[in-house]
Design a protein around this ligand. Structure first.
Ligand code: NAD
Length: 486
């Protein structure tokens, strides 16, 4: 049986270009976080479905790997154009599926189109080098060949960007993929991109989509990583699940990229322009209701500028658009679900009970909505000091010296994104080099992304990079080939 496609209330597992139900026949619901209504039904695959999805991807491997690089590039470029042309459709789906705001949806489209175009260029980059050889007359070459089926586990929060990032360079370099979208966003973190790629002409089987419900996730994830034809794994999600994926990848000897959580700091040094810093930091905190892995959690301000910064920051926060995701200027809209909003309310309540001061917002959640909130007087015994907030709550810390600021910024097991504000570039660079975070931005905020940059974490925020040469290296196998002179 083939299940109808977009625009209808159900989808199937996308296997070799056809949509089919799970072998068990079970389905799972995609729910609108605001109305609580079921928006779409997708198959709830079990581990028994994994082999046939990988069969389809593996069957497409040889032909896709042998497709002329310039054809792969052209197909991906066409997909980027199609994606932009469907921006309106995507925005409507994203608002309904994740509560993501109009501004965030627009950013998802723009960034994803950029990611695909950058990846497209990787298709025609050199695939190796000629080495110096100690053997007279011998050709000695390092060549990179496509690795094989890629398993990509994608989250819901920046769904299109993170789905695109997880597969674009893999496709450009000749690999088929199995996308396992988020249970909370099967369309925006899976089907939408698969449809665009198919409509651009990427052959059936090169992109496959496997959906499951949360109960089956551990078994499905394990079966996919364990399949011997899967040669590369990538996971974007929380650190606890990243540890599980990392352990499975290790057990089955699969190279893995892990893009995990963060507890991102921004340092405002005492020579910074407080108004400029406040305006960047408000975006870094409140865009998509703080549900971005790069969102700032901790704003660390030197005393010399602290009063001026707090005044400017609160003035900015008062103007942050809050409410319906559809709003033209909404930054803080509904969160992914009421459970997420409750969790954030719990972090704030814990902090307040232990002596934190609420400078703005606070209080209980209302359904899936939590208001923009600013806390100060935060101490290490509070959960909000150590736990990733993943919601619209900023904590402001005052410190005396630059050293204290650096120590506090590094005092976390995470190491994803960070920033420093200063009017002195040399001072900013010196501080940046002391920050143990994968990304450091001087005079720009923590939510920065560029397709050609090595965006990624250190420490418990994971390892590996998707973009540019780093991605091409990851998604290919390096082989040494020699040709003797005889
Ligand atoms: P999550 O880790 O809670 O869930 C991810 C997936 O893990 C789920 O879809 C589920 O299928 C799977 N899973 C759950 N339990 C499992 C188990 N026992 N075994 C195997 N799989 C299991 O994350 P999320 O809610 O999708 O996303 C939010 C998190 O992602 C945040 O921590 C955020 O910081 C992080 N994130 C990181 C980046 C980055 O680039 N570093 C980007 C976006 C999001």
């Amino acid at each position: 049986m083939t299940v109808p496609r977009t625009g209808t209330p159900s989808r199937g597992l996308l296997i070799g270009g056809r949509e089919v139900p799970a072998l068990s026949g079970r389905t799972t619901d995609d729910v609108d976080p605001v109305t609580g209504e079921v928006y779409l039904t997708v198959p709830a695959a079990g581990p028994e479905d994994v082999a046939r999805v990988v069969d389809a991807a593996h069957a497409a491997f040889a032909e896709w790997a042998a497709t002329p690089p310039s054809t792969r590039r052209a197909l991906l470029e066409r997909a980027a154009d199609l994606m932009e042309a469907r921006s309106g459709e995507f925005t409507d789906i994203m608002i309904q599926e994740t509560g993501g705001t109009r501004t965030w949806a627009a950013f998802n489209i723009r960034m994803s189109a950029d990611l695909i175009r950058q990846a497209a260029g990787m298709a025609t980059r050199p695939v190796g080098s000629v080495l110096a050889s100690d053997v007279p007359g011998e050709w000695s070459m390092a060549v990179r060949e496509p690795a094989g089926v890629v398993a990509a586990f994608v989250p819901w929060n920046g769904p299109l960007i993170l789905c695109t990032r997880a597969i674009a360079v893999a496709l450009a370099t000749g690999n088929p993929v199995v996308v396992r979208p988020s249970e909370d966003a099967p369309v925006t973190s899976g089907y939408f991109l698969a449809d665009v790629l198919a409509d651009a002409g990427v052959p059936a089987g090169v992109v496959n989509v496997l959906t499951n419900d949360r109960t089956d996730a551990p078994a499905v994830v394990e079966a996919l990583i364990a399949d011997p034809r899967v040669r590369r794994v990538n996971f974007t999600g929380s650190t606890p699940v990243g540890r599980i994926v990392g352990r499975l990848a290790g057990e089955h000897l699969k190279p893995v990229i892990l893009e995990l959580g963060g507890k991102n700091p921004i340092v405002v040094l005492d020579d910074a322009d407080p108004v400029y810093a406040a305006s960047g930091i408000a975006v870094a905190k409140f865009m998509n209701s703080g549900q971005i892995c790069l969102s700032v959690d901790r704003v660390i301000v030197q005393n010399g500028v602290a009063d001026a910064f707090v005044e400017a920051f609160l003035a900015k926060v008062r103007t942050v658009g809050q409410g319906a995701a559809e709003g033209e200027h909404t930054l803080v809209g509904p969160m992914i679900n009421a459970r997420a909003a409750e969790r954030v309310a719990g972090l704030v309540a814990d902090a307040v009970a232990k002596g934190a001061t609420v400078l703005y917002g606070g209080g209980p959640a209302e359904g899936s909505f939590y208001p923009a909130t600013v806390l100060t007087d935060v101490t290490p015994d509070m959960r909000v000091h150590t736990e990733e907030v993943f919601g619209p709550v900023a904590t402001v810390y005052r410190v005396e010296t630059e050293d204290e600021a650096v120590t506090l910024a590094n005092d976390t097991e995470y190491g994803l994104s960070s920033a420093v504000y200063t009017e002195n570039g040399g001072r900013g660079l010196a501080v940046a080099r002391r920050l143990r975070h994968g990304n450091v931005h001087i005079n720009d905020h923590s939510v920065a992304d560029e397709p050609q940059a090595p965006v990624g974490g250190v420490k418990d925020s994971g390892f590996g990079h998707f973009g540019s040469d780093w991605g091409a290296e990851f998604f290919t196998e390096t082989r040494w080939i020699t040709l003797a002179d005889r």
